[in-house]
Design a protein around this ligand. Structure first.
Ligand SMILES: Cc1cc2nc3c(=O)[nH]c(=O)nc-3n(C[C@H](O)[C@H](O)[C@H](O)COP(=O)(O)OP(=O)(O)OC[C@H]3O[C@@H](n4cnc5c(N)ncnc54)[C@H](O)[C@@H]3O)c2cc1C
Length: 392
């Protein structure tokens, strides 16, 4: 969908807004609503027992021990917001304009859906830790003791950051990856193969298929059991949309919105990891699922709830800190694009430039190249040759 299907007009400034979620998208949307002079009541409904907090540091500073809290700057008293923690949204009646929760209904004039995403788990009754919440991170950190046998399933972005922390804590790390190299699905085999040396302090087993997590450890597809003291599953996430079943809101992978974060129902916006937003730039709905997008969309989502908003369709950006390196990626590439890899004098991965069939820059990745990120982000969609010449 590129347009909303029905219209009841914008939410009045004295209207009641309910925001579902407890992450970055929620914090930023609520702050913007108040800045834009919404005087009506705002209720935040969050499944977690905390005020909104940030997630990227969970797998970095919290696991390393540098931080115990990642609270976002957010003062409910100053913002005059009621935060309902440990309260789960269970459904929404978009005609009656009521949110159903595990602890009663909340009426709304405007609804913000910011329920993020939830980790995918593997079958089996053995303990597996996934890393999505501050509680997950603190639990995992306590278990990363010297010599502990930590088995990570998935050499993903999360898997790599957990492996970094676990090796730093002196754990014996085994990582089981289905693909032939870490991040091969995300970055392609040629780039992924260059990342293998980073994993040298771990027992990285690529091309390995896991059947389940049992009480004895991780059971592979061939029946082999890998014993483990700690099992961390990092095989991806799914947008948290199950609670919207039967609501009539248009969904696909996530909640479908237009470029203004408006869903198929007037007065209901969605943003962050839960949303799949129309991108006029690429001509499709995109599920970006990165920090920069969740935070940046808030200004548009809040303003769109109250009236006319500017479109939000930036070139995607994300980063990952792993094995002492910062990876930064801008744009989005497909298997049709040609990857050009540069390496440093020592042979380490330096940059990757993906060129689309029409010669434009589709995406760029830099390793420890923070100064080039803005230029690369600006160059996406322009001549890849010009960008490569300017940044040789
Ligand atoms: C460990 C970790 C590391 C990351 N590192 C990076 C990184 O380095 N770079 C990067 O770009 N991105 C990173 N990300 C992704 C980034 O954090 C997310 O894109 C961002 O948090 C999305 O924000 P959000 O507000 O949309 O959702 P979330 O932050 O996921 O918040 C959603 C909230 O909604 C709540 N909720 C869900 N369902 C319900 C319900 N039915 N009722 C009530 N509440 C509900 C959840 O409990 C949660 O509090 C990382 C994510 C994680 C987990």
């Amino acid at each position: 969908m590129g347009t909303v299907e029905e219209s009841t007009g914008p939410v009045r400034l004295d209207g009641r807004v309910v925001v579902v979620g407890g992450g970055l998208a929620t914090a930023r949307t609520v702050s913007t609503l108040r800045r834009k002079k919404l005087t009506g009541p705002i209720d935040i409904v969050s499944a977690e027992g905390h005020l909104p907090y940030d997630r990227p540091p969970l797998s970095k500073d919290v696991l390393s021990g540098a931080k115990d809290s990642t609270a976002l700057p957010f003062d409910p008293v100053k913002l005059d917001v009621t935060v309902h923690t440990e309260r789960v949204a269970t459904g929404v009646d978009t005609r009656a304009r009521v949110l159903h929760t595990g602890r009663g209904d909340l009426p709304f004039d405007g609804l913000v859906i910011a329920t993020g995403a939830e980790p995918i788990r593997l079958p089996g009754d053995g303990e597996q830790i996934t890393l999505r919440t501050i509680d997950d991170a603190l639990t995992l950190r306590d278990r990363l003791t010297p010599g502990a046998r930590v088995v990570i399933i998935g050499a993903s972005w999360i898997g790599a950051e957990v492996a970094t922390a676990a090796t730093a804590h002196g754990c014996q790390v085994t990582c089981l990856e289905y693909a032939d190299a870490p991040l091969a699905n995300a970055l392609g085999a040629d780039v992924a193969n260059r990342l293998v040396p980073w994993w040298s302090g771990t027992d990285l087993r690529c091309g390995t298929s896991v059947r389940e997590v049992s009480g004895e450890g991780v059971v592979l597809a061939d029946g082999t059991v890998i014993p483990a003291d700690v099992v961390v599953t990092g095989i991806g996430v799914r947008p948290s949309i199950g609670w919207l079943d039967g609501s009539g809101l248009a969904t696909d992978r996530g909640v479908l919105t237009d470029e203004f974060c408006r869903t198929s129902v007037s007065g209901v916006v969605a943003l962050g990891d839960v949303a799949q937003r129309w991108s006029p730039r690429t001509g499709r709905h995109v599920a970006v699922e990165h920090w920069d997008d969740a935070g940046g969309a808030a200004a548009t989502a809040a303003v769109a709830l109250l009236g006319e908003a500017p479109a939000y369709d930036p070139v995607p950006y994300f980063w990952s800190d792993q094995f002492g390196h910062k990876i930064q990626y801008v744009g989005a590439h497909t298997s049709d694009d040609i990857a050009t890899i540069t390496t440093s004098d020592s042979g380490d991965l330096d940059t990757v430039t993906w060129t689309a069939p029409d010669g434009t820059l589709a995406a760029w990745l830099g390793v420890d190249r923070p100064r080039d990120v803005i230029a690369a982000r600006t160059a996406v969609g322009t001549s890849a040759t010009d960008f490569a010449t300017a940044h040789a």
